[in-house]
Design a protein around this ligand. Structure first.
Ligand SMILES: Nc1ncnc2c1ncn2[C@@H]1O[C@H](COP(=O)(O)OP(=O)(O)O)[C@@H](O)[C@H]1O
Ligand SMILES: C=C(OP(=O)(O)O)C(=O)O
Length: 484
């Protein structure tokens, strides 16, 4: 049986790459090449496409992952109360600064100066004078009056508006529920398909996550949830939301429209720190290599943005339009991968890894699991260990070990391939599916897989961690140094 492990040369990369799929990347050939270029996680955006097209993509991803002997994570991104335009004749219209346009909630196809909106409550939620932002804030309308035809607006900043683009109402209290009927239908579809995570857009409070959790559990699944942080309310309720979810995404597209753009980098720093303190993986998303939608080379500022997110120790960086609808999807992944390697090499040189552990957080005393994870990272550093090996059933200990940001690769062995796919999102984690994980001696497993992955050689030290329970009452962790 082939060992499912990330391609060896990619194994040394700690920060994971997420790619959104769309018309530019919906063939077996492109998906296969995206994985080869370094994608660890794919995002299926439920705001676009149909269930059948997502099913097709899901199948292609699983087949390509199998062919490349890799664990690949898949998540479905639920729209949540995200408001969007409808469709236009010919796919787009041009709105001109100074013109009058009508935004209608009728189910029609848009045309010149008529913009359909998919959210029926829009007219109730806005008032004369409110701002309506389109396509992540690229275009701006000002509400003049509500008429029988719809909401009459003046175009403040115009441009080419395409199908299905986001609408933001900064400062307006949107009455739309957090989990819409479409989200429920999309969630059930994605759960049945077998996705590894569900992401929820426009989370405002912890209950939004618990509502989705309820739906997942009542459907018989234990799929994990990614909370997308993109509303000012989500920053206010940040701790509770992070606690209630399994991972977070800093969705900077909408966040940068809902907040002042200059507040986004600060929010990014704070969210990465808070998520790590609570052992929750964190994703930095949107516009990371935006200019590569059109150009084969990114701007220096974009490359620096990716590098800074890596240096701040995010678990994953995400590509959106670059891989979904851009002209250079493979090149965008290759570029992201190069920037990550280069930045991590610098971090290694500066001895940053292992020093980013939980003890930097303000909690005193540390929770037991965090303290064990930090001690393991420190041991790894002191013993020049080539790898940490953790044998896990559900991955909880692995996410905690990963949050200590150890210098060595973290080989996470599980008998459950779904757990492997889930763990593949975590920083520095190399998941390995081994059916005998439950009944083979941990040291034997560790030795075999550390050598088979070529992460360590005969004579090298590895650290084997087991019996690791996050609750100190139940835990009797064993941390062993094994010389291969
Ligand atoms: N499955 C899809 N089908 C058609 N177009 C898509 C799909 N996924 C993404 N796109 C296109 O790529 C753009 C960027 O992708 P993404 O960031 O996922 O979307 P958005 O920002 O609209 O949520 C989208 O706005 C859309 O134009
Ligand atoms: C990732 C984001 O969400 P979406 O693509 O759904 O707009 C974002 O707003 O940054």
């Amino acid at each position: 049986m082939p060992i499912h492990v990330n391609i060896p040369h990619l194994s040394s990369r700690k920060t994971k790459i997420i790619a959104t799929l769309g018309p530019a990347s919906d063939t077996p050939e492109v998906i296969y090449n995206l994985i080869k270029a370094g994608v660890n996680v794919f995002r299926l955006n439920m705001s676009h496409g149909e269930h059948e097209s997502h099913r097709k993509l899901y199948t292609i991803i699983r087949e390509s992952a199998e062919a490349l002997h890799q664990h690949i994570t898949i998540f479905a991104d639920l729209c949540g109360p995200k408001i969007r335009t409808g469709k236009f004749k010919n796919g787009c219209i041009v709105i001109k600064t100074g013109d009058r346009v009508v935004v209608t909630t009728r189910d029609i196809v848009g045309e010149k100066n008529l913009i359909p909106c998919q959210y029926p409550g829009l007219a109730d939620d806005v008032m004369a004078g409110d701002r309506i932002l389109l396509d992540d804030g690229k275009f701006e309308l000002k509400v003049i009056e509500k008429t029988a035809q719809g909401i009459s607006c003046e175009v403040i900043y115009g441009g080419e508006l395409k199908n299905n683009k986001g609408i933001n109402l900064p400062g307006v209290n949107v009455s739309c529920p957090s989990l819409t009927d479409k989200d429920r239908a999309d969630a059930l579809f994605a759960l049945d398909l077998g996705v590894d995570y569900l992401a929820l857009s426009f989370v405002r409070k912890a209950e939004d996550i618990t509502d989705l959790r309820q739906l997942i559990i009542s459907s018989g699944y234990d799929t994990h949830i990614i909370a997308k942080i993109e509303k000012p309310e989500a920053l206010i309720n940040g701790q509770e939301i992070i606690n209630a979810s399994d991972a977070i995404m800093i969705a900077r597209g909408d966040l940068g429209v809902e907040l002042n753009p200059e507040d986004v980098p600060i929010a990014q720093h704070q969210l990465i720190k808070s998520a790590r303190a609570l052992n929750k993986p964190v994703i930095v998303a949107t516009q990371m290599l935006e200019s590569m939608i059109e150009n084969s080379r990114p701007t220096r500022a974009e490359v620096t943005d990716v590098s800074n997110a890596v240096y701040c120790s995010t678990d994953a960086v995400m590509l959106s339009g670059e891989t979904a609808a851009g002209h250079f999807p493979i090149e965008a992944v290759e570029m992201m991968s190069k920037v990550i390697y280069q930045t991590e090499a610098f971090m290694r040189e500066q001895d940053v890894f292992g020093k980013l552990a939980h003890r930097d957080n303000e909690q005193k005393p540390l929770p037991f699991g965090d303290a064990v994870a930090d001690a393991t990272a420190q041991l790894c550093f002191d013993l020049h260990a080539k790898a940490i090996v953790s044998i896990t059933s559900g991955g909880m200990s692995v996410v905690t070990l990963s949050s200590a940001r150890p210098a060595a690769p973290l080989i996470a062995i599980s008998a459950n391939k779904w757990v492997c796919q889930r763990m593949n999102l975590y920083w520095g984690v190399i998941p390995i599916h081994a059916e005998d994980a439950g009944h083979t001696h941990p040291n034997k497993l560790a030795r075999h897989h550390a050598l088979a992955t070529k992460l360590a050689n005969e004579g090298d030290n590895v650290i084997v961690v087991r019996g690791f329970h996050l609750d100190s009452q139940l835990s009797s962790p064993t941390i062993t140094m094994l010389t291969l």
